[in-house]
Design a protein. Structure first.
Length: 258
């Protein structure tokens, strides 16, 4: 299997800021994508955990045998059996036991060929570790999952790598919807990024000022390991993940700085 293509296929796509970024990193009054949330949809508000993006990539062959890879946001760091070894960020060493457990517990039912579990590896020696731990304790929280069946995976792997990147960045990774993701994580007892609240799209703030005021209600992290400092911000998304945006304290504080 072409690991470069697997890496490209499973990278996590960029998430837009809720308001557009302008000059000097300050936000503009315009919403990214020129639209807010639909008034007919609920908006799920999750804590944005400040760490390093990590992924567990599970592969199932036609005989039901399951293999796994571990990656950071950009690179593959480890493959089962030490076929890849990259110590970056201590991500692989930390996630190996979890990957082994998930591999053994995940049903080999033949309906999937690839499943990717995205999580934030935080604490430890990451940049914002002091917000979560005073003892370099490391943790992880899952925030997204998607799966592909064998036919789809084979078709995608038959395409040039640049086409895979295009497929990914245009939002074609089939992420689990809200209920399916929660069911998957509950089944495997995987810790998730905390759901902070749910709002009707019609009630979600639109202006810079109202959004900053809303954000200020979620200042303290809900995922402290042995400390509970400040959160990075929130991720807001629809149930089907068709629309997803990040709202970070640093962006709004910089915008309103006199």
């Amino acid at each position: 299997m072409d690991l470069k293509k697997i890496n490209s296929l499973t990278k996590y796509p960029s998430i837009l800021t809720y308001h557009q970024l302008g000059e000097r990193g300050r936000l503009t009054p315009s919403l990214s994508g020129a639209t807010g949330f639909s008034i007919a949809e609920d908006v799920y508000v999750y804590e944005k955990v400040d760490g390093e993006n990590a992924r567990i990539i599970l592969l199932q062959n036609k005989h039901g045998d399951i293999d796994y890879l571990i990656g950071s946001r950009e690179e593959l760091l480890y493959a089962k059996g030490d076929r890849i070894g990259n110590p970056y960020g201590h991500i692989a060493d930390f996630l190996k036991p979890l990957a082994e457990r998930v591999m053994n517990e995940l049903s080999s039912d033949g309906n999937w060929a690839l499943t990717v579990i995205y999580q934030e590896s935080y604490g430890g020696k990451t940049k914002a570790a002091k917000q979560y731990t005073g003892t370099n304790t490391q943790g992880s929280r899952v925030f997204d999952v998607f799966s592909l069946d064998a036919d789809t995976l084979d078709r995608l792997l038959g395409q040039p790598q640049e086409k895979l990147a295009e497929w990914r960045e245009h939002g074609h990774q089939p992420f689990y919807a809200e209920d399916a993701r929660v069911e998957f994580l509950d089944k495997l007892k995987l810790p998730s990024a905390p759901l902070l609240t749910k709002r009707a799209g019609s009630d979600f703030p639109v202006t810079l000022e109202d959004t900053f005021s809303f954000l200020n209600g979620f200042q303290r992290t809900q995922v402290g390991l042995d400390a509970a400092g400040r959160s990075e911000g929130i991720i807001v998304r629809t149930s089907d993940r068709r629309q997803i945006r990040k709202i970070r304290f640093e962006d709004y504080e910089r915008t309103f700085q006199k």
